[in-house]
Design a protein around this ligand. Structure first.
Ligand SMILES: Cc1cc2nc3c(=O)[nH]c(=O)nc-3n(C[C@H](O)[C@H](O)[C@H](O)COP(=O)(O)OP(=O)(O)OC[C@H]3O[C@@H](n4cnc5c(N)ncnc54)[C@H](O)[C@@H]3O)c2cc1C
Length: 537
């Protein structure tokens, strides 16, 4: 069918991101949007990933245009406290590994070998700084525009206010929708359909009908059009439904900064506690915190979050926090585009907040939708919808396993952490050859091959390695080293004596990066000078 008129239902981040993108990237489409005043937006989702740069680039957004209005800050790293064991921390910095370190004698395996031979010096928390210069920016909480250690265009992401960001898009990028009379408020309660089951119009509770060729469902977890009107099944990733994820609820709060010079960091911090983990997302004036947990295990989540806040900031500040409970569901729909409804955002897919994949799935789906609508004069047939659905499915399945791997290797032992480490069957099936758990298994249990081909670890932007290293999953062990020695010493020698050169390189690099980081501004100073200048109120 040929698509000329698109109606977006929902005005959360997904709705306004979609509207701004269609206006910019598909100017031939007539875009309308309806949102309900009776159903507030979810109001969480403040941490993003690097891919948002590509999305903003296509929308021609400059940081100084929107960051101040939305209280946003730069994010270059995610820090995981206590996920493997209490007291241990590991980082997941953005960007690619530094050329100089990646070209070490044994590539990635150098660190795993050093971790094996000298676990105290090369402990699990040292992987990120070994390969990635951004890891040093995170370690010392520094930022710079100099691209010597990072590429500010691609290695950064943002912390952004969940309420303000959608409204900023509405006001600044979607004016034409309002000016043309294409913006409506109203609560959609149903839809009329044609003889093929395609939606003809959505109907509001006061009896108004809004017609379009195509509808973008941005109604959040309700999934009003895709799931409720068209009946597309939802497949849960929750362990109770046969999936591999336990969490289903967050308790959230805001913590105003008392010392922004220190509290504005370039890192999202995730801290594991007894029945889940707490996010800590530093915006310019406050942090957003949220305790993600399973309601089957956490019997008093507000108290657990309160105790975390007391440890974080002291009793007086913790006492001021106002808590809000946000239930959520993990999972995907069987199809994300069915007939003339495409779902974007929470109405489509969601894997829990860890690793902040929510908005990423949203803007990637929007870009796929815009691609489909801008080719072939807006003609979209079922095969193209199937292609889009396939890619969306692979993406969400990949994220599901990636997130699950943060839990699956834990050594923690409360009932919740025992359940994630001992009771859950992880997914070794979906995602074809790209299944993360299959990759881990083949690296460890076909380890001869891995060690012989140490240099086959040639993907130098590889998130799963940060998780593996941080969670103590090292493919090297005593007998694989021994077999390696016997069979193929010349190809890759990972004995402790052979690792001296790599160790020296890492020591030099660490010292150089330390000196460099001491010469550049803190995250707060940098943003004060570049974004939040003197005139900021
Ligand atoms: C606990 C939690 C933490 C998260 N953390 C992160 C994170 O750190 N990073 C990240 O990238 N993502 C995160 N996410 C995901 C992120 O919150 C969402 O991707 C983002 O907010 C987009 O939401 P949305 O616009 O799809 O839905 P919503 O914000 O729920 O918006 C739904 C819209 O639909 C409208 N609507 C609903 N019903 C009707 C109706 N009947 N008629 C008309 N309009 C209607 C509402 O008025 C609203 O405008 C998190 C999600 C959760 C649950």
């Amino acid at each position: 069918m040929k698509i000329q008129n698109v109606l977006i239902v929902g005005g959360g981040t997904s709705g306004w991101f979609t509207a701004a993108s269609l206006l910019k990237l598909c100017p031939h489409i007539n875009v309308s949007l309806i949102e309900s005043e009776d159903h507030p937006i979810i109001g969480v989702g403040e941490s993003t990933l690097g891919q948002i740069n590509d999305f903003f680039h296509l929308l021609e957004l400059n940081d100084d245009e929107w960051m101040r209005d939305t209280g946003s800050t730069y994010k270059v790293n995610i820090r995981f406290n206590d996920f493997y064991k209490e007291g241990e921390t590991w980082d997941y910095p953005f960007g690619t590994s530094h050329e100089r370190m990646y070209k070490m004698k044994h590539g990635w395996m150098s660190w795993f070998a050093l971790n094996y031979h000298k676990p105290e010096k090369f402990h699990r928390g040292t992987f990120a700084t070994t390969f990635n210069s951004v890891g040093h920016l995170a370690k010392y909480n520094k930022l710079t525009w100099q691209d010597r250690v990072w590429n500010p265009q691609s290695d950064s992401a943002y912390h952004m206010d969940a309420i303000k960001i959608g409204q900023w898009f509405k006001k600044n990028r979607c004016k034409s929708i309002v000016e043309k009379g294409n913006y409506h408020t109203g609560t959609v309660v149903g839809a009329t359909k044609d003889e093929h089951g395609f939606i003809k119009s959505v109907v509001t509770d006061d009896g108004r009908h809004f017609e379009a060729d195509m509808f973008v469902d941005c109604t959040g977890f309700k999934s009003l059009l895709l799931e409720q009107e068209l009946g597309v099944p939802f497949h849960s990733f929750h362990a109770n439904d046969g999936g591999c994820l336990l969490n289903d609820t967050a308790v959230t709060c805001h913590m105003p900064h008392e010392q922004p010079e220190i509290e504005v960091t370039n890192t999202t911090t995730c801290t594991a506690i007894d029945n889940g983990w707490v996010w800590d997302v530093p915006l310019w004036q406050r942090s957003g915190c949220g305790y993600v947990h399973s309601k089957d295990f956490a019997k008093n989540p507000e108290e657990e979050l309160y105790q975390y806040l007391v440890r974080r900031s002291g009793k007086t500040r913790a006492d001021q926090a106002k808590f809000r409970t946000v239930p959520f569901r993990n999972g995907k729909h069987e199809k994300s585009w069915y007939k003339n409804v495409c779902a974007v955002g929470l109405s489509n897919v969601f894997v829990e907040p860890l690793e902040a994949t929510g908005l990423l799935c949203t803007h990637e789906q929007i870009l796929r939708l815009c691609t489909a609508l801008s080719s072939r004069e807006g003609l979209v047939t079922n095969s193209e919808k199937q292609m889009l659905n396939l890619v969306c499915d692979l993406e969400i399945e990949g994220f599901k396993n990636f997130i699950a791997s943060h839990y699956s290797f834990t050594a923690r032992e409360t009932p919740y952490w025992r359940a994630v480490s001992e009771d859950i069957d992880y997914d070794f099936v979906t995602g074809f050859n790209d299944n993360l758990f299959v990759r881990y298994a083949s690296e460890k249990y076909v380890a001869n091959e891995v060690i012989y081909n140490g240099q086959t670890f040639d993907d130098h932007n590889d998130g799963p390695r940060y998780v593996a290293a941080g969670m103590g999953f090292n493919p090297i062990c005593k007998h694989t080293l021994e077999l390696n020695k016997i069979h193929n010493q010349t190809m890759t020698d990972l004995t402790s004596e052979s690792m001296d050169e790599d160790e020296r390189r890492i020591d030099e690099w660490n010292e150089e990066m330390y000196n460099y980081c001491m010469s550049i501004p803190t995250s707060y100073e940098f943003q004060k000078n570049t974004i939040y200048k003197e005139d900021y109120v």
